[in-house]
Design a protein around this ligand. Structure first.
Ligand code: GLU
Length: 495
């Protein structure tokens, strides 16, 4: 590592599916390293053994790679400062914890879970500040030995926080923040199972992995004094701490299910494009200081600086994300868009698992038509189902409105026969034929367009009518018009 090299880690705990806030942090970590030419590390913080969720590590990696985020060092790719799974670094934490005990800056605590819970209840009843009462902080060697024997050798190691004064924590975004030391706990650094706590492992690793910048969510701001004191105790230089703001809903409440899904995977499932999500997440707590929303990934990398990170809460606006996704869909290469949309059509059983070339060509034309209207890939089946239907699913309201009008029966029959013989099956040819049929039936404008649309698609809205008819193809269009004419002849009933 060169001096001043930027090294930033994303350090998720594999305690469940990543949520949108976790991934926003990863995006910031990654963008900053790509902007500076630094290194991006993935470190898995799996020390809370009770909260481990099988498959969570794989899911984190999948989500990051789905977004196009690769790490330079990490559990699966290795690196000079590994291992990158904290559970494989226990000796290191134990060694460092012992060092602090040796220096008199940490101590063994033999208090049982029962004693701690009693203590807490009492503090709560007396409306006192809750926290460890430091019974084991200054034990004589004899007392320590007695308690050790009593507890059967079960002990944790606690850090000695200063009892007076303040700890000043410097956050890049918010400046200096002072914390009263007497409100801080003698927190556990090493648990009785030999695993470190988050605070301890995080500091030991950030130092040993030469992390230069810790960019993580604002919720960790209050851990600042603990971290500063640990750095002091070891005599290590702390990294630059950067806390991007919390993500809130439009009502300014902490982001929760109420505001839409918080699980990152649900955004993948709904059919957002990776570059849209990356763009959207980058703007949740960062701004380039421009009146602009759309940035491709290269532009984000170029513009992402720590100065642009904001301190006010980042508002999660789902409609903006959907709009943004629509923009990326419009500019997506058609071939890629078809590949992205195809699985949605397959899941909805509109397309077989192994489509023929003809079917693929048809889907291609359909998606080209939908490209201007889609916001989400998952909308594709609903928007396109009429293209695949053998029997149209008519909108009853549209039928009641249009198929009960006297002229419609003649109009549909006329349109069918004109289209049957139109020479050029393209938008211009189709439009001319339909308008000519309208003229012969004595109607124009919406009086032609609406019933023909209902007759061929079952609906009142959709992409341009003539474009739709072109894609549907002559055979489908003519047979649907005839079938709909029969329906109109029966006053809208056909069952
Ligand atoms: N494991 C912590 C988390 O998942 C990491 C916090 C940090 O970045 O220091 O939130």
């Amino acid at each position: 590592m060169t001096a001043n090299e930027v090294r930033v880690r994303f350090a998720p705990s594999p305690t469940g599916s990543p949520h949108i806030g976790n991934i926003r942090n990863a995006v910031f970590d990654w963008l900053y390293t790509r902007h500076t030419g630094g290194k991006f590390l993935l470190r898995i913080e799996d020390t809370d053994r009770n909260r481990l969720v099988p498959g969570a590590i794989e899911e984190i990696m999948y989500d990051l790679r789905w977004l196009g985020i690769e790490w330079d060092e990490g559990p699966d790719v290795g690196g000079a400062y590994g291992p990158y799974l904290q559970s494989e670094r226990l000796e290191l934490y134990q060694k460092h914890a012992a060092e602090l005990v040796e220096k008199g800056l940490a101590y063994h605590c033999y208090c049982s879970a029962e004693r701690l819970s009693e203590m807490r209840k009492e503090q709560e009843a007396l409306k006192q500040h809750t926290g460890y009462d430091r019974r084991c902080r200054d034990l004589s060697p004899d007392e320590a030995e007695r308690l050790n024997a009593e507890s059967g050798g079960v002990a944790v190691i606690r850090f000695k926080m200063p009892l007076t004064g303040t700890t000043v924590f410097h956050d890049y975004v918010r400046g200096d923040i002072a914390f009263e030391n007497n409100l801080q706990d003698d927190f556990v650094i090493l648990k009785s199972d030999g695993f470190p706590t988050y605070h301890f492992a995080s500091i030991v690793d950030d130092h040993n992995m030469r992390i230069s910048h810790v960019i993580r969510s604002e919720e960790w701001l209050s851990s600042g004094p603990k971290h500063v004191q640990l750095y002091n105790a070891f005599g290590w230089e702390p990294p630059v701490f950067v806390h991007p703001p919390l993500i809130v809903g439009p009502d300014r409440a902490k982001l929760s299910k109420r505001h839409g899904s918080v699980a990152f995977s649900s955004y993948i499932e709904e059919g957002y494009l990776p570059e849209a999500i990356l763009n959207f997440l980058a703007l949740l707590g960062w701004s380039a200081g421009e009146d602009r929303d759309l940035y491709n990934t290269d532009e984000l990398v170029e513009k992402f600086t720590l100065e642009g990170i904001t301190s006010h809460p980042a508002i999660f606006d789902l409609s903006k994300l959907q709009w943004m996704n629509g923009q990326y869909i419009r500019s997506c290469e058609i071939e890629r868009l078809v590949n992205l949309a195809l699985p949605y059509l397959q899941r909805a059983a509109l397309m077989p698992e192994s489509p023929t070339q003809d079917q693929l060509d048809y889907v291609n034309k359909i998606i080209e038509l939908l490209q201007e209207r889609l916001h989400l890939l998952s909308e594709a089946p609903e928007m396109s189902s009429f293209f695949f239907a053998d029997e149209l699913d008519y909108d009853p309201k549209a039928v009641a409105k249009w198929f009960t009008q006297d002229y419609v029966l003649d109009l549909l029959a006329l349109v069918a026969s004109k289209l049957e013989s139109v020479y050029d099956w393209n938008v211009e040819g189709i439009e001319a034929a339909v308008r000519l049929a309208g003229e012969e039936a004595g109607v124009e404008g919406g009086k032609i367009i609406h019933p023909v649309r209902v007759a061929t698609t079952g609906r009142t809205v959709g992409p341009g009518l003539f474009e739709t008819l072109e894609v549907l193809g002559r055979e489908r269009v003519v047979s649907r018009l005839r079938r709909s004419a029969e329906k109109a002849a029966q006053g809208g009933n056909l069952d």
